[in-house]
Design a protein around this ligand. Structure first.
Ligand code: NAD
Length: 499
């Protein structure tokens, strides 16, 4: 049994708490390694090391910091396959999807190469007589982040790249379910030229998270994960005086108008609903066709596409559509919600409950499911399933459809499929959801825009990546400066004639 490590002060170090959690191979169900769970003392020690390393890094010319990011991009590209392999083996997602996970993080690193431009500050000449006023963005000091299992490369990079580019130290507490890639990333950052102690990975569970929340040196916390934990971290972190941003769960609706291209809408739903086994915060989990005719057509087009989906281990090659879910507990939760859907009266049009893969009977695979005639009072509608299960809620009108999405407690992403520009424009303007797609099913903004939901999907004021990240990881200092007349009055400014 392999024991994984933390990454502290530039070294892989063994855990000393004596506590571990199992890391599975989700395709076979076997335990492949153990992840150490840090004690408060181990966490606090990492913070001390980070605090000692940060001032020199904060004082480093931002262009030099950006060069580390530049080199890191090269190393990510060099090791792309290695990272994706490690990621798939612990998470279960397909190999191309694992590369996408690394790639979407890499793009934020590329954006952070612009740190010198982003950190330039503001200057007003002659704000008063002889007075100049300027604002500068300074690093916070030691910052921290807590990340979920579903994007073990991308989300850590969304946090540590801007934090470090701004001159902070960063302590990452990644998901204990797939902890290998974050450590590989920290090693690559050091190979790219990052001094030791500035990016540390401390593995753990609630104990390490609470240590981060209560450590007075930690100035800010970024969190991505489920909503109940997001609320907990936001509340405790803020009351401890920290800057906190937390991103939570989702229930993303896709409205399908009767004038939509139904083949396009069905294709979009297949990728957005079942890709990564539905374990994406931007997955579409609810389809809302408007009118029974549109609903019947959509279901008719979805069923054969769903039946053709190939479910398998990442090792089976590129034609696998999605892999297993992350743990046996996740599988049980999904199957339990499917049962509740049946009991509460939804129509199970595609039933994947019997799915089993020869040679992988103990893996955490879940066959694809499609529900029709789901209603808002059902648990499968209210809760985030985070599995390969698409629910269809039939709406009688556009107003009813937009009302459903607006009334749901989550507000991460949404989409509308239509040929009508007026409906699309109205939808984009009125909807109370952070990320909106128009004929685009997973509207994940690119690195230079910002990412974040509304309502119970996000807590805090600033989004992830884009310009908001530079605001989150710096604080503004504004200086008003007046220099009384000094040496220039008595100075000599003319060439003297030589005697
Ligand atoms: P999770 O909330 O179980 O875990 C997230 C992190 O919190 C992990 O590092 C975990 O160790 C830690 N944690 C878990 N329980 C804790 C506790 N009681 N106290 C303190 N820390 C705790 O989430 P997950 O299952 O890893 O990820 C899936 C969830 O993340 C889904 O809800 C998904 O929608 C959400 N997510 C949201 C976004 C977004 O941007 N909004 C992105 C990705 C995932």
């Amino acid at each position: 049994m392999k024991d994984l490590t933390h990454y502290i002060n530039g070294e892989r170090v063994s855990g000393t708490s004596g506590r571990f959690s199992d890391v599975f191979n989700p395709a076979t169900g076997e335990v492949q390694s153990r992840c150490p769970l840090a004690s408060k003392e181990e966490f606090d020690q990492a913070v001390e090391i980070a605090a000692a390393a940060q001032p020199a890094w904060g004082a480093t010319n931002p262009q030099r910091r950006a060069r580390v990011m530049m080199k890191f991009v090269d190393l990510l590209n060099r090791d792309m396959d290695k990272l994706a392999e490690a990621l798939s083996s612990e998470h279960g997602k397909t190999f191309p999807d694992a590369k996408g996970d690394v790639q979407r993080g890499l793009e934020v690193v590329e954006y952070c190469i612009g740190a010198p431009q982003m950190l330039k500050g503001e200057f007003t000449d002659s704000a008063g007589p002889g007075i100049d006023m300027y604002s500068m963005r300074q690093p916070l000091g030691v910052t921290g982040g807590i990340t979920p299992f579903n994007f073990p490369a991308m989300i850590p990079m969304w946090m540590f790249a801007p934090a470090l580019a701004c001159g902070n130290a960063f302590i990452l507490k990644p998901s204990e379910r797939d902890p290998s890639v974050p450590i590989m990333l920290a090693e690559l950052m050091e190979e790219a030229g990052l001094p030791k102690g500035l990016l540390q990975v401390v593995n753990g569970d609630k104990e390490a998270v609470d240590a981060m929340l209560d450590n007075e040196t930690v100035q800010s916390i970024g969190f991505v994960g489920s909503t109940p934990i997001a609320e907990y971290i936001y509340g405790r972190g803020c009351s401890n005086g920290k800057r906190v941003q937390c991103f939570g769960g989702a229930k993303n609706h896709m409205i399908v108008m009767p004038d939509a291209d139904m083949d396009q809408a069905a294709d979009a739903l297949i990728g957005a609903g079942y890709g990564a086994a539905g374990e994406r915060c931007m997955a579409i989990s609810v389809a809302v066709p408007v009118g029974d005719e549109a609903a019947d057509k959509l279901i008719e087009k979805l069923v054969p596409r769903i039946e053709k989906l190939k479910v398998g281990p990442y090792t089976a090659g590129d034609d696998v559509d999605y892999g297993p879910v992350v743990t046996a507990a996740a599988k049980q939760n999904i199957l339990g919600l499917i049962e509740s859907g049946i009991q509460q009266g939804a129509e199970l049009v595609v039933d994947g409950r019997d799915f089993s893969l020869q040679g992988y009977e103990d893996g955490f695979f879940v066959g694809p499911h499609l529900f029709d005639r789901v209603t808002p009072d059902m648990d499968i509608y209210k809760k985030e399933i985070f599995g390969p299960v698409l629910s269809t809620v039939r709406a009688g009108s556009y107003e009813e459809a937009i009302g459903l999405a607006m009334d749901h407690e989550y507000g991460n992403g949404t989409a509308i499929f239509t040929r009508d520009g007026d409906a699309a424009r109205d939808f984009a303007n009125r909807i109370n959801i952070g990320m909106v797609g128009i004929n685009v099913p997973i509207p994940v903004p690119l690195a230079y825009h910002t990412f974040g939901g509304w309502k119970k999907s996000a807590f805090g004021d600033l989004n992830q990546h884009g310009p908001d990240a530079f605001r989150f990881y710096t604080r503004t200092k504004t200086i008003t400066s007046r220099w009384p007349s000094g040496i220039k009055e008595g100075g000599e400014f003319n060439f003297k004639a030589m005697d």
